[in-house]
Design a protein around this ligand. Structure first.
Ligand SMILES: [Mg+2]
Length: 189
């Protein structure tokens, strides 16, 4: 399966004022372990992240690279890695087709790995993650970390349903391993 991960609120703590330095990147407990578990399970794992802080001028490419290095190091410490990273620097007021909720980055990732919608799952904490996934027909998982509890509390609109909800990435990965590619429980029935 191709597992697409949002970053802020899924792998690391979300910040209303953006993650602007490596110090501001604080991993969510068990998130790195969850990525390692996906790697071990033979899944492809790709980061699909809006980084409007670039377009807003809050940090530059070099700083983003340093933040990414810290993320990669945190994953590596738990034996995990990303197979690819897709980011979109667009600010919301000048959003192109790659910025979630638009599906451009997800389509790029699916093309890169030759994955169809039925083999693709998106895990995110914001409505726009679910919307982008719905637009490409991928399976949708909402985690309650980051903005997730508020996203769930605001009621999920019909056009993103069905959505599976889990406490955090670790719980989501645990549930994924118990189900087949379509979200059906493995078995003969
Ligand atoms: Mg997020």
């Amino acid at each position: 399966m191709l597992v697409l991960l949002d970053r802020d609120g899924v792998l690391n703590q979300d910040r209303a004022d953006h993650v602007k330095t490596p110090d501001e990147l604080v991993m969510i407990p068990r998130a790195a372990e969850a990525v390692a578990r996906l790697n071990t399970g033979g899944h492809k794992v790709a980061l699909v992240s809006n980084q409007s802080g670039l377009g807003r001028g809050l940090y530059d490419d070099q700083m983003f690279a340093r933040i990414q290095e810290k993320l990669i190091a945190a994953l590596r410490e738990s034996g995990g890695h990303l197979d690819a990273t897709f980011i979109c620097p667009d600010p919301p007021w000048d959003a192109g087709p790659r910025r979630k909720p638009a599906p451009g980055m997800l389509e790029e990732a699916m093309r890169t790995f030759g994955a169809g919608a039925r083999e693709t799952v998106m895990i995110g904490d914001a409505l726009r993650d679910l919307e982008a996934a719905a637009a490409v027909g991928a399976r949708r998982i909402l985690v309650r970390t980051g903005k997730g509890a508020a996203t769930q509390g605001a009621r999920l609109p019909a056009h993103v349903l069905p959505v599976e909800v889990h406490e955090d990435l670790w719980s989501a990965v645990e549930a994924l391993e118990k189900t087949g590619p379509d979200g059906e429980t493995d078995g003969d029935s």
